[in-house]
Design a protein around this ligand. Sequence first.
Ligand code: DGP
Length: 225
Amino acid sequence: MASPTRGALIAIEGLDRAGKSTQCSLLLDRLRAENHPATLQKFPDRTTPIGQMINTYLQSSTALDDRAIHLLFSANRWEARDSLLETLASGTTILLDRYIYSGIVFSAAKQSHPSPSPPHGPLSTSWCRSPDVGLPRPDIVIFLDISQDAAAARGGYGQERYEKAEMQARVRALFEEMRADERDKEDWWVVDAGGDVEEVADAVWAGVQEGIRRAKQRPAVRAIE
Ligand code: DGP
């Protein structure tokens, strides 16, 4: 029997308050309504033991070395790798609510106090990317673009560690840098997320269709370089 066409791997990225989770759940409904097998995987996945450590960190102000927590976020993606690949091979499309790109920019955006011993200063994007090299590479990365002011107007940021305007401004700049990275520049699909939910959903849907089309042309899932 011929093996089924693999599912598409679709990452949804954006600033906090851009509407990622709303759009992911609308998309899941829409794909299923069209009889396209689909599932949602959120990162960080706070349900695993590693995810619970991340959750505790995000909800507290306790100090933890920036590199150590970064490696935990990456480990949280690695522990999902086999199941992601199996799900794709079975023909199911996966929507990722955040992925390595959030991983890189949120860690690189931190401006922690210099540690007493080298290396000092903020983490570089190349250092942040390295533990994720080899993870499954999305067929498309849909970026929900929203201005800082529009994000703040959506009720302000929450209480978690990174939800501060200053940090979000650095995150925004680093996402722009990331979208220009030659290694995966072709994967980005930018959507203006400032409009109403339905308008944004239609623009995101076009990106998903493109991701599914690209996945059909690539029998094998690529790896992050
Ligand atoms: P969320 O559950 O989507 O609200 O994400 C929790 C927060 O964690 C959010 O502010 C973004 C941040 N984040 C997501 N992935 C990573 C990562 O790999 N590294 C770091 N440092 N932060 C991340």
